[in-house]
Design a protein around this ligand. Structure first.
Ligand SMILES: Cc1ncc(C[n+]2csc(CCOP(=O)(O)OP(=O)(O)O)c2C)c(N)n1
Ligand SMILES: [Mg+2]
Length: 552
């Protein structure tokens, strides 16, 4: 039986278990859109391709299966590149399909033509173009395999529009087969020996290819060996923050006591992550290329092992496969570091206590306290980039897997599309987006997508009338010389209502709880604007104090 290229794409997605895609349509892939008309794949039509790609990223992040996004050539794909970059840096499986110019117009700089195999090479693990509709099953299966294997990441497939209309015979699509990456027996024995010889071990969790079982498994491992565990930047959902073995967030603005413990550890077990610039406090926690600690690095991609840090023991394994193997490790007779583990957790608890004081009528610390008491453990928190995110990362106690969607790449504008995607995936769970006034406006139009698909997320817009992070750096480096960081903003609550959602404005701390309850009760997507005093730029220091520290 002959089918069009468009139909074969949709069949291949179905065969691989795809249930949802995000897209902004284009005339370059009408044949795929037409095939979707007859399928039960849920299509989220978005307002801008950056948001669409970020939604696919969140799906990839929270399911481990590639998130799927479809956009048109030049203008659509360049918009989507924002999400592609996040998936790349954050190791998230994603497939971005791009409608492409017809085959016989290629290389003329035809309408909206970009040769993505050249342009997107650094943004994706693989960029392929499907020239022959009969090869769609081959290309799509390969795209799934590449996106999910080794270090996961985004794959780009471009689809010449005439190819999509061709009617061809093609083999029936079969699902891709995930590639496991297990540790070897000798490596586990070596690992065990190193653990037994350690005095100040430390575990840092990061990366992707985690599962609910793996998160439970690493908790049991930490308990059995009484090990302190930290989570890498924006990978906080990997360990229960109230567990006695949790020692804190290895991210921006790390607890100095934790940074010291990591620097002074004699055995550092880096599980799943790369310890890149943000989690390593600007490459200061671990010496490059020869770490001062004995380093055991476990990562699913061999090319990451020894790339920046030369490990003493390199194990090429996915976190899930490695943790499964840990269950067989014999217990140790002694764990002399147990007291240190307890001390580190106590230090974390103290560090994550909200500050007493804050300038202005709104105290974000008290708002975080309210959130801690009044939200369920399975609540999903999303955010983009900005100083406001510190409140979430430092003071929210993440308890469970799949409760966080945030870009380690520090991309602004991520939180709202991420919340849309998370709510679509887990409609029964509460989804709270943290955004700054700058951050929200980058993909705020996806609030319309939330309304269109009836996804009642709650967005907190922490409005300090500026690109606060950059203003903070300005005040530190060039005190008093404000340049290109001030923002005049819309009335965010009115904006929410204009979209058909629920809007609230919070101008004093005590207004937050009732506003949140009303937002919840509305059953609609909601924006709660929190008017934050610009002075309250960090939990511990005001803008003025930062300006006064120049040169000190
Ligand atoms: C897409 C993108 N553009 C620019 C930046 C640089 N940047 C980092 S934080 C920031 C300001 C964020 O402002 P806002 O969302 O209002 O949060 P605030 O820092 O004020 O809390 C900027 C411009 C970035 N990280 N991402
Ligand atoms: Mg701001």
């Amino acid at each position: 039986m002959k089918r069009t290229g468009g139909q074969l794409i949709v069949e291949a997605l179905k065969a691989n278990g795809v249930q949802r895609i995000s897209c902004v349509p284009g005339e370059s892939f009408l044949a795929v859109l037409d095939a979707l008309h007859d399928s039960d794949i849920k299509v989220l039509v978005c307002r801008q391709e950056g948001g669409a790609a970020m939604m696919a990223d969140t799906w990839g992040r929270l399911t481990g299966e590639p998130g799927i996004c479809m956009v048109t050539r030049g203008p659509g794909a360049t918009n989507a590149s924002a999400g592609l970059h996040i998936a790349r840096q954050d190791s998230i499986p994603m497939i971005l399909f791009i409608g492409q110019v017809q085959r016989d117009a290629r290389e003329r700089e035809a309408f909206q033509e970009v040769e993505f195999r050249r342009a997107f090479t650094e943004f994706a693990k693989w960029v392929g173009e499907i020239d022959d509709a009969a090869r769609i099953p081959e290309f799509v299966t390969r795209a799934f395999a590449i996106a999910t294997s080794g270090r996961p990441g985004p794959v780009v497939l471009t689809l010449p529009e005439d190819m999509l209309r061709d009617e061809v015979e093609a083999p029936e699509a079969l699902p891709y087969v995930p590639v496991a990456a297990h540790p070897g027996r000798n490596q586990l024995a070596d690992f065990h020996k190193r653990l037994a010889a350690a005095e100040r071990p430390m575990v840092v969790l990061g990366g992707t290819r985690w599962t609910e079982e793996a998160v439970a498994g690493i908790r049991q491992f930490a308990e059995r060996f009484r090990l302190p565990v930290g989570c890498s930047f924006r990978r906080q959902m990997l360990f229960d923050h109230l567990h006695p073995n949790y020692s804190g967030d290895v991210g921006i603005g790390i607890n100095p006591a934790l940074a010291k413990e990591i620097k002074e550890a004699d055995l550092l077990i880096l599980l799943g992550g790369r310890l890149s610039e943000m989690p390593s406090s600007g490459y200061t926690l671990v010496d490059i290329p020869y770490p001062q600690q004995k380093l055991v690095h476990i990562h699913p991609d061999p090319s990451e092992l020894g790339r920046v840090y030369r490990p003493d023991l390199a194990i090429c394994a996915s976190p899930a496969d490695f943790v499964a193997a840990l269950a067989d490790l014999a217990p140790l007779h002694e764990t002399p570091w147990a007291e240190r583990t307890e001390r580190m957790h106590a230090a974390y608890l103290a560090w994550s206590k909200t500050p007493e004081k804050s300038p202005g009528a709104v105290h974000m610390g008290r708002i975080m306290d309210w959130i801690e008491v009044n939200t369920a453990d399975d609540t999903i928190f999303t955010n983009g980039a900005g100083n406001y995110a510190t409140w979430l990362h430092r003071f929210h106690r993440f308890r469970r897997f799949n409760t966080q969607s945030a870009p380690t790449s520090g991309s602004m504008g991520y939180g709202l599309p991420a919340a849309v995607a998370a709510k679509q995936l887990f409609p029964e769970r509460e989804v709270i987006c943290f955004a700054g006034d700058g951050c929200f406006m980058m993909h705020g139009q996806e609030f319309a997508t939330a309304v269109q698909y009836d996804l009642p997320l709650i967005a907190l817009v922490i409005n300090n009338g500026m690109y606060g992070t950059i203003r903070m750096h300005q005040e530190r480096e060039y005190p008093g010389r404000v340049s290109a960081t001030a923002l005049d903003n819309p009335d965010f609550a009115a904006l929410a209502r204009a979209y058909g959602g629920h809007g609230e404005t919070v101008k004093a701390t005590e207004e937050f709880g009732p506003a949140f309850e009303r937002a919840r009760a509305s059953g609609k997507p909601a924006i709660i604007e929190i008017a934050l005093d610009p002075e309250a730029i960090t939990p511990s220091r005001t803008l003025t104090e930062i300006a006064q520290t120049k040169g000190r």
